[in-house]
Structure formats: C-alpha cells, structure tokens
Design a protein around this ligand. Sequence first.
Ligand code: ZN
Length: 267
Amino acid sequence: MKRALYDGLGRLLYPLGLAAPAMGSKAAVAVFHRIDDRYPGNPITAGRAEFRAYCEFFARYFDVITVTELLDRMAQGRPIGGTLAITFDDGYLDNHAVAAEELDRLGLPACFFICTGFIGSNRSAPWDEKAGIRSEWMQWDDVRDLARRGFEIGAHTVTHPDLGVIGPAEAEREVADSRARLEAEIGRPVDLFCYPFGGPAQLSEPNREVIRRLGMRCCFSCYGGTIHAGDDPLRLERAPISPWHRTPHQYGFELLASIVRGRVAYG
Ligand SMILES: [Zn+2]
C-alpha cells in the first residue's frame, strides 16, 4: 500500500520536474549487487529488465557521474545537486556479463567495488548460501575488461570481513591487500572504497582511521540517504536498491523522502 503510494508520488514528481528542486544541493549514490533474472525477491538481486528501467530512470532524471567526479566536485566546492553515481558491490559475474552492457547502452558510468578474494573463485558468500544461491563471481579478465571500458574499479576488502568486529591490523591487511591486488590486475591506481555489509555498526572508528591512513579517497556505507556537499568523504552514505522498491519511481521518491527522514526505506 505504502509502496504503491510512493510509486505514484514518484511518477508524479519526477515527470513534472519537481524532483530536482527537491533534491536541491544533494547527490545520491545507488547500490546494486547482482543483476540476475533467476532469483526474484532476493534482497541483493535485481532482474535485467528492472536494472534497465533503473538505468533509464537515472539517465532521464539525474546527472549521472562517476564516483571520482563526485569526490572531485566535493573537494573543489563545485555543486553536486541532482547528480547520481551508480555502484556495484562484491564482484558478481553478471556485473560484467549483464550490467556493463546495459550501462554501455545508455553511456552511463559506474563503479564496481570488488572483493578480491571472490574473483575467479567458487567461494560461496554466506548470504547466498543462506538463500540457497550458488555465488558466481567475475574472473580477473572480466574486471580488467570493465576497467578497460572506462568503468571505475574500487576496493571492498579481500574476504568481506565485518570491519566493525576485526582489529585494525587485520583491517589494514584486508584493505591494503585488496587495493594492491586490484592495482596490479588493472594497472591503475585504486583509491575508492566501500566497507563490507555496509551497516551503521559494521565499521569501527579505529578501522575508519585505517582507511583514512591508507589514503583511500572515500568510504561508502550501504545504508542511508543522500550526500551533502560538506560530507566527510570517509562517511558517505549510499542508497541500496532492494525488492522493497517495486519501481525506479518508488526508489526515486524514497530518495527525496530520505532528505527529510534521514535514510531510504528498504522494507
Ligand atoms: Zn559487499
């Protein structure tokens, strides 16, 4: 019921051009994980047509920019209002096989945050195991191909640990090793980071300091709402897309509502 209302409000506000003034000076960063038609209803999976609809929605109503461009604008005090960056976490096979093609079709940039220990492996992620899904990861060739095609590649640790729990020495290895591996594989510097699980309690302050000390340019959560010009780049929120969002217009409305509520609703 609520979802239908929010969808309706999104369908009203966006085509009328009222969303941009409501976004004001704020930016948004969307999070996807897996794009796959086989697992409808899985909390981290969107179908291909659904993903395409999001891309078309973003292209129509937002200024879609890279994460680096967003950070540059913030660092230089240039406006970020109405911009949106598209991100992916973990390194699922379909990011290369499906998502990149859809993004290219519309010429949209995106950043892929890679958990390096998953790439080229048959490791099953605990959350997939629980859902009865076999995790399928990209190969290093796929990651290199994404980089070659101009997509951004960011670090997301080696083994996907909870950085709210492990100590700073282990956190440093996880972050530094994942970055070093990515840099060696794609042959260019990697300074973008988002932390595993992404919840409010899943990054301790000492470990945030580790990320700062290693010189990462940003640290994204996987919860929250919009981004304000003066936000600390190491405390940037993202708004994940979940099955709770029935349509891009509903998600779009949730983004606007999060300006008031503080964060996007997922269920
Ligand atoms: Zn992750």
